[in-house]
Design a protein around this ligand. Sequence first.
Ligand code: GLU
Length: 292
Amino acid sequence: MSEIVAAYTGRFAPSPTGPLHFGSLMTAVASYCEAKAQHGRWLVRIEDTDIPRIYPNSIEHILTCLDAFEFEWDAPIIFQQQRLDLYQQVLDQLAELQLIYACQCTRKMLGSNHIYAGTCQNLALPFDDQAIRFKVNDQVIGFEDALQGQQCSNLAVELGDFVLKRRDGIINYQLAVVVDDFLQGITHVVRGADLLDNTARQIYLGQQLGYPRLDYMHLPLAMNDQGQKLSKQNLAHALEIQYAPLLLQQALNALGQAAVEQDRPRSMLAQAIAQWDRTRIPTGTQIKGIFQ
Ligand code: GLU
């Protein structure tokens, strides 16, 4: 497996667990403008490994929105469900490094604090039909987030060994995201602040695999008028493509950017890139508004 190298490669990596909503549009716009303002590449990846959670027609909705908003991606869109062999190869590599083990603990056995105690670590259980856990170290992992500032965590203290493959065979997001960011040559990750506390896990896993470190920017989350983040669980409105220009203006506004003239999405994005100023993006992890 080899990596593609460019000075700036960003990406948008939605999970099809629901239709895209305003918060997803903010992530798409910010990752796109950041990459393009730096003359970088921008890629799209559909994170569809968790089959039971795929929401009907959401892949179609994502692709329709990407077209309607006239984003231009620099390589064919990849679908993680078609890349399961690659993730298995990395699991084999981690097995050789003795960094993973099979775990038979049930959710009930894990207790309420969600920190895995390493119960199965020395049992040498066979890998078939068991969850696969990745060993973490008692070490502080720090990184400087472009918007959220310095972050530190100790995975052994806060989380314990974590799952890379579930008992039902589903590859966990943490593994797929790290492998694909590497294989697609991603250098910069721009995504919602709800993923901020996943980052240390991804950095540590990447480190153990010898992958280069990425730069991170975690965007504040758009909240609805009840103070909940927009998500399918609280019925955030699906993006309606007939309002693409208006929604683009609202997303740029929520990202603190100067207004662009209402036009075709392609021209609006071109203008947004030309005047993109990341220092205007609100810091903090939430933006309150009347977002639906
Ligand atoms: N697939 C994740 C989501 O839709 C985002 C992954 C990422 O950007 O790292 O929440």
